[in-house]
Design a protein around this ligand. Structure first.
Ligand SMILES: Cc1cc2nc3c(=O)[nH]c(=O)nc-3n(C[C@H](O)[C@H](O)[C@H](O)COP(=O)(O)OP(=O)(O)OC[C@H]3O[C@@H](n4cnc5c(N)ncnc54)[C@H](O)[C@@H]3O)c2cc1C
Length: 460
């Protein structure tokens, strides 16, 4: 390994870094991740400064048989590796260019969500971005699906990915588009992390006018209710979902209240693209239930991923999983709320967890099926955020996480289970990629492009 690091270091441009002295603060801080679950210490962290540096790192690692993982925002459990391998940390290779002639944008390496929003805002254009995910990496989000509040308007991230540059399992940089390596374009739209290291993507952008206003404005309501109000709250949320006049998305969360309320609450955050007056009318059913606290916040696109930016804090033990749901099922949601109460009662240090059902409306039920992702018809997602601090609670919180997933799947045929590819790799392939043809095609492409599993053993 030492020889590999020495020979790699001389190949990289001077602005690149190879961190391998574990006692330095630079090495230690490069390992800070969204979650400390199963965090490992690699032999080295390579921070390439340019595209050619990335290519050289992959090529040399492949040649020497050194395992590696790419890392962008570090929110997943898969961008960490132990002593036998290296992390290719893309945080020093970033950039966004908007091409006015096509209104497409190129996003490089380790660019984060917030950075993309801020870059697009002056041009009055938007694209799919993560909810509450300021520091999530743009490229992984697009490669593995990309669920956003804009989904009712523009579909999922993967369907908006139109080209890429990718370092393949031989360490070659290849162009991927409709006309070059088009089978890889299909594959990276939903399973991208298993086919290569993507140095840049080209994505569609849309004018703010599609949001119904020139300011790029979204109105986000926040309403806090007590658990015993759950039936009325569900009924009010259903009215918001059923409106088909304005595109809306939102979260129905069971979580711990702000400190002054000292208990669990139902937190409803509908988000809609219309004027404040129109939003007020739309949200009226929620106000009629009598929330303990309420607010409506207009914000422009450059701030949309920051609604709950504390969720992006690094450290502690956290896990985030998303499962597609066939419908809004009030009975299952009520059981989910009960489970949350059980979690916090038995495990007080998990109070920052949240069990959350996300909706997208009006129902689209279309789009995205031609990509590897293929979940274009899913309009409801269970989002389980587990967040705790005591390592002895790993098993208990994990079991509750699984119970929450099982609860919201009750009544659904197993053949229709949907696990989000960007947050689940342990669930059966049949949950993550729908249809035998899609799975067979993915496996055949993996066997052709990465037969030895340089980019994980997934699909082999
Ligand atoms: C707080 C929070 C909010 C979220 N909100 C949403 C949401 O609203 N919608 C949604 O769809 N998802 C959401 N997610 C899930 C998120 O999209 C995925 O976890 C995403 O993969 C994280 O990307 P990252 O860059 O932060 O993570 P990383 O761990 O750095 O990367 C994720 C995976 O991609 C690989 N990878 C990184 N860069 C590259 C590259 N250039 N080429 C190939 N592979 C690469 C890594 O090795 C790893 O396997 C959220 C996650 C969190 C924790």
């Amino acid at each position: 390994m030492e020889d590999f690091i020495s020979s790699l270091t001389v190949r990289l441009s001077p602005a690149s870094k190879v961190l391998h002295d574990k006692t330095t603060s630079e090495f230690k801080s490069s390992l800070a991740r969204w979650s400390d679950i199963d965090v490992r210490v690699p032999y080295a962290v390579v921070q390439p400064a340019g595209e050619q540096d990335i290519v050289s790192t992959v090529r040399e690692a492949v040649k020497a048989g050194i395992p590696f993982v790419p890392a962008a925002g570090g929110h997943s459990p898969w961008s960490t590796i132990g002593q036998d391998g290296i992390i290719i940390d893309l945080s020093s290779y970033k950039g966004i260019s908007l091409h006015p002639e096509t209104n497409e944008a190129t996003v490089k390496g380790g660019t984060l969500m917030k950075e993309m929003e801020v870059a697009f805002h002056p041009h009055k254009r938007f694209a799919g971005t993560c909810g509450n995910g300021n520091t999530v990496g743009v490229i992984p989000y697009y490669l593995g699906g990309g669920i956003s509040i804009y989904t009712p308007l523009i579909g999922f991230g993967s369907g908006n990915l139109i080209a890429a540059k990718l370092v393949n399992a031989k360490g070659e940089l290849v162009d991927v588009s409709d006309t070059e390596n088009s089978e890889l374009l299909w594959a990276i739209r939903g399973a991208g992390q298993f086919f290569g290291l993507v140095t840049e993507i080209t994505i569609k952008t849309y004018p703010y006018s599609l949001l119904g206003n020139e300011a790029g404005q979204r109105i986000c309501g926040t309403y806090i209710f007590l658990p015993h109000q759950i039936d009325e709250v569900c009924a009010a949320v259903e009215k918001v979902i059923q409106n088909d006049q304005y595109a809306s998305a939102g979260h129905f969360m069971v979580m711990q209240a702000p400190p002054e309320l000292k208990q669990q609450v139902l937190f409803v955050a509908p988000q809609v693209f219309c004027s404040s007056d129109e939003a007020a009318k739309l949200f009226q059913p929620l106000i009629d239930v009598g929330p303990l606290q309420q607010a409506t916040m207009p914000s422009t696109f450059d701030k949309h991923t920051g609604q709950l930016d504390w969720v992006c804090a690094k450290g502690d033990f956290k896990r985030f999983t998303q499962n597609g749901l066939p419908d809004w099922n009030r009975d299952n949601i009520k059981k989910l709320a009960q489970l949350y109460l059980e979690l916090v009662e038995n495990c007080p240090d998990a109070v920052r967890s949240a069990y959350n059902v996300e909706w997208h409306s009006p129902r689209k039920s279309q789009g995205g099926s031609e990509t590897a992702f293929g979940h274009g018809s899913v309009d409801y997602w269970l989002n389980v955020l587990s967040w705790y601090t005591d390592a002895k609670n790993h098993d208990y919180v994990d079991a509750m996480d699984k119970k929450a997933q099982a609860t919201t799947r009750a009544g659904t045929n197993e053949a229709d289970f949907v696990s989000y590819t960007n947050t689940s790799r342990d669930d059966p392939l049949e949950y993550r990629y729908k249809g035998t043809k899609r799975i067979a095609k993915l496996k055949a492409l993996k066997a052709k492009h990465d037969p030895t599993g340089v980019f994980t053993e997934q699909l082999l």
